[in-house]
Design a protein around this ligand. Sequence first.
Ligand code: HEM
Length: 432
Amino acid sequence: MKPGSRDERDAREEEGPVPELFTWEFATDPYPAYAWLREHAPVRWTELPSGVGAWLVTRYGEAREALAEGRLSKNPVHHAEDSRARGKTGIPGERGADLMTHLLNIDPPDHTRLRRLVSKAFTPRRVAEFEPRVRELTDRFIDGFAARGQADLIHEFAFPLPIYAICDLLGVPAEDQDDFRDWAGMMIRHGGGPRGGVARSVKRIRAYLVELIDRKRAGLGGSPGGGPGEDLISGLIRASDHGEQLTANEAAAMAFILLFAGFETTVNLIGNGVHTLLGHPAERRRLQESLARGESALLESAVEELLRYDGPVELATWRYATAPLTIGGRAIAAGDPVLVVLAAADRDPARFGGPDTLDLARRDNPHLGYGHGIHYCLGAPLARLEARTALAALLTRLPDLRLGAAPGELRWRGGLIMRGLRSLPVEFTAET
Ligand code: HEM
């Protein structure tokens, strides 16, 4: 029997009833199923709803190893199944394909070169300088519903905040930002799948970004009316003009991934985070008291703990074995897809004390919510800034914030990679 073959996998498949994955109950609370997998089948070949199979890795140690494993490629050309199956993994065909040659779909040496370039432009300093703007946006969106005494925190707050923030940071002109909100809304509603309206959105976004980059490049070249911009796209162009090259396609793909990797993730960090806090009144009070004293330490550890406890990225993005390898004693064949289940790893009792307990002051918290290794989240400083600002503003301005629906009435999106609520109705004493 060929090591790693489906026959061998089946022969070695775990005993006992396997919890059903990808059901409505699972989307609402996947953690019991993940606990079972961690204990009984920590590296498990699983058929996904799309019909494509993949290895799910659920223990912390193996998850961290897999994220840093050089033989696991991010490039979908290494997927053994046919191109039809590849299409089902959510990688669009010709029209949007060149936008898809971004950091999350490429390996070294291209990845190394592009990541170095973008790191020169997307610096922690640039993010820190952006703080007043994030505060302003946060307050503007809260102003929109504060007098009403109730709101849908996903649609009115968590959704617009990151999209306008990243548009500003990238240098998308204010008059075009509403278009991005609409395109992003389309992609979120349809789970980023490649067909229909989403493909049209991707095409429009591509055309828009290519033109924007051209305009900025011309401006940087000293053409009349154009000065060197302070925004991230201009920074990227400037960085690429000093030695290492960035092709027009690569620049558009980079702008695309910055817009979209940082969008649905941050929506869900804020949404899941507020949802978790509302369900843990003692921890939430502790955070409110700390904010009232003007402290920031608990807010910082709280954002990390909320990411660990119920983070937005349930599974890290796809990886494909380029050579046979072993993970957690299971033989993975070349061409097999591997999905690292961050949400399961971050509740592994072998790594976290009391993993199912929310402890906003948790100190030893090396969670995998932002990934690990060379693809570690590039936008983590921005995500942290947005989450801290959003939570602090909500809990300070709307101190008696409470859920506006019975917990059982909340609906989760049930996508494969992301975990997030469709809406989050809340109530509070209206601001006068
Ligand atoms: C990569 C999570 C926000 C840009 C990743 C990865 C994770 C992640 C888990 C690694 C995926 C993998 O290895 O398969 C998150 C979470 C966020 C967040 C939880 C918010 C709460 C952002 C923001 C931006 C961003 C705001 C940009 C503005 C990126 C990029 C990558 C990435 C460009 C690819 C890096 C590479 O391949 O080198 N993120 N992210 N993310 N993230 Fe984030």
